[in-house]
Design a protein around this ligand. Structure first.
Ligand SMILES: CC(C)(COP(=O)(O)OP(=O)(O)OC[C@H]1O[C@@H](n2cnc3c(N)ncnc32)[C@H](O)[C@@H]1OP(=O)(O)O)[C@@H](O)C(=O)NCCC(=O)NCCS
Length: 189
């Protein structure tokens, strides 16, 4: 079967996906709450669905940004993951994922986190391949695209600063810092 050529642009709405799953007892940790890893796996799945739909190809996860679980998710809650492509580069796509959990008995909905997955489209030989541009049909689409540009710039800057800080990190000069922390040094120099 031959695939049809990709369009130059695809609207955000083309690849918007929602994944809903019931939190069953086998997803719980020893404290009775849902394992973070279960949610991460669902987030990876929904990011893949949105990215590959936009790209029209297989995609891989490159990085994950902003995973903070602000509230625990309980067994019996209905978790929905709302994903959309917020930004595209040449071969990469940034998928924004909002996770909400609903208590079906009371109808209470809580927002557990919003995270960002960077995915890269791959061709049949496993090489990064260009994706269609993103058509921004609403001011919200444009705001998310701009936010993604800023997030990329901020992360690049932050990574540079962190790398610089690491190269000048000499443990013998940082001992006063360690003394303020909850650790104890047991080796001799
Ligand atoms: C991601 C990957 C394709 C990048 O390969 P590469 O040879 O560096 O390719 P390129 O330099 O052409 O980069 C491809 C795109 O990835 C982006 N990218 C690469 N590293 C990145 C990072 N750390 N964070 C965000 N984006 C990144 C580049 O900016 C580029 O985007 P663009 O085309 O939109 O400008 C490669 O590292 C890979 O396949 N990693 C494994 C991914 C995987 O298997 N994930 C599953 C989990 S195990």
């Amino acid at each position: 079967m031959t695939s049809s050529p990709l369009p130059d642009f695809r609207p955000v709405s083309y690849s918007r996906v929602t994944l809903t799953e019931l939190m069953i007892p086998s997803y719980a940790n020893f404290g009775g709450k849902i394992h973070g890893g279960i949610l991460l796996s669902l987030m990876d799945k929904v990011a893949y669905a949105a990215a590959s739909k936009h790209a029209g190809t297989y995609c891989v996860t490159v990085s994950v940004d902003g995973v903070n679980f602000l509230q625990p998710v309980e067994v019996g809650e209905l978790v929905s993951l709302l994903a959309s492509v917020n930004y595209v580069g040449r071969t990469s796509l940034l998928v924004g994922i909002k996770v909400i959990a609903e208590d079906v008995r009371t109808g209470t909905v809580k927002h557990t986190n919003t995270s960002y997955f960077t995915m890269v489209a791959k061709d049949d030989d496993g090489k990064p391949t260009p994706v269609p541009g993103l058509q921004l049909d609403t001011p919200e689409d444009a705001r998310r695209f701009l936010e993604a540009i800023k997030r990329r710039e901020f992360n690049a800057e932050h990574r540079r600063e962190f790398d610089n800080a690491l190269t000048s990190l000499a443990v013998e000069h940082q001992l006063p810092l360690l003394e303020k922390e909850r650790c104890r040094i047991t080796y001799r120099t």
